[in-house]
Design a protein around this ligand. Structure first.
Ligand SMILES: Nc1ncnc2c1ncn2[C@@H]1O[C@H](COP(=O)(O)OP(=O)(O)OP(=O)(O)O)[C@@H](O)[C@H]1O
Ligand SMILES: [Mg+2]
Length: 314
């Protein structure tokens, strides 16, 4: 379990992380979502013990990372942003070098190597130079380095950034498999990425946590409005205007002409469903309905609203 308490990081005048709290539970893939510059990498560097906090604490299974740094590093695997690798080195040598840092040598190394070859799909590239590997394979090597000591906790900073769609699917799959017996914190600035891999989402914005919950919980946390688009024929502006006086719980946001037809944008609270009443009104007013479509708030809108950009229909 990873517990972050009142964590702060200032770079001089820049307040990168402003007293944040969250917990990643055992066996959970926690998605850490935020726009560029939100403070994701700074937080993850502190969680993996590579950067000292200005204030606050990180606990790994109730041990404070600052007081137990060496012991805790054995339990953490960290894949930094942009995955810096030594291009001139051969994959096998890089893994051997990394393993040696954790005192994994000889037979123990051969066993660990077999495990990461299997977990990260490194067959066929073990004797290649890093610079000769594709981006997707470089990322697999980065992951193998992060898990060579079989850590319980894995911190991945934007692991699929810059990969093509096929490689993204492969790396996601790999992370999900690793997530079965580890606690994983994975960061991204792309909502769909986090939605695809994470069990729970923590959203950071300008150094502060603005949401923490499952997909469904985040959706419920903002009450968006529903936007209904109605395309009608034989309707008059007068009859359209009196629709909103007849149905007091809706508001007409926009009406445009499309030849003989009208396109009417109607907004109402998410918990309501006035479609039947609108339909009855249309029949009574002798309109023909050509199309009725509903736009509900989605998680993209939630993210936009949490990070200060207005949500559609809100
Ligand atoms: N070494 C540094 N010195 C000064 N300011 C820094 C340093 N590293 C980061 N910052 C600033 O701290 C803030 C948070 O940066 P951070 O890299 O943690 O964000 P991020 O969420 O990882 O962004 P990105 O999505 O671009 O990777 C930004 O304003 C950034 O400019
Ligand atoms: Mg970053």
């Amino acid at each position: 379990m990873v517990r972050i308490e009142n964590l702060v990081k200032n770079y001089g005048e820049v307040k990168a992380v402003r007293s944040i709290n969250f917990t990643a539970n055992k066996g959970e893939i926690l998605g850490f979502l935020g726009s560029n510059g939100a403070g994701k990498s700074t937080t993850l560097k502190m969680v993996s013990g590579y950067l000292a906090p200005t204030a606050g604490n990180v606990y790994i299974n109730d041990l404070n990372i600052l007081d137990n740094s060496l012991e805790i590093r054995q339990q953490i695997g960290y894949l930094p942003e942009l995955n810096p690798l030594w291009g001139e080195m051969v994959v096998y040598d890089v893994l051997q070098f990394t393993a040696r840092i954790y005192d994994i040598v000889g037979r123990k190394f051969e066993k660990a190597l077999d495990r990461v070859i299997d977990q990260c799909g490194l067959n066929g590239i073990l004797h290649k130079k890093i610079s000769a590997c594709s981006k997707g394979y470089k990322q697999r090597v980065g992951l193998a380095m992060a898990i060579i000591h079989d850590p319980k906790i894995l911190i991945l900073d934007e692991p699929v950034n810059g990969l093509d769609p096929n490689q993204i699917v492969e790396i996601r799959e790999l992370i999900r498999n690793l997530g079965r017996d580890k606690t994983i914190i994975i960061s991204s600035h792309i909502l769909q990425e986090i939605q695809a891999t994470a069990d729970r989402i923590v959203v950071i914005n300008q150094g502060q946590i603005v949401a923490d919950g499952t997909n469904e919980e985040l959706m419920a946390s903002i009450k968006g409005n529903t936007l209904l688009t109605l395309e009608t024929k034989n309707s008059t502006m007068e009859s359209i205007e009196s629709l909103s006086t007849q149905l007091s719980n809706i508001s007409i946001k926009d009406v445009s002409d499309n030849g003989d037809n009208h396109i009417i944008q109607i907004e109402y609270a998410a918990e309501l469903d006035p479609r039947e009443d609108i339909f009855k009104y249309a029949i009574q007013s002798k309109w023909s309905i050509l199309e009725m479509s509903v736009y509900k708030t989605n998680l993209e809108d939630v993210f936009r609203s949490l990070t200060g950009k207005e949500a559609v229909g809100a």
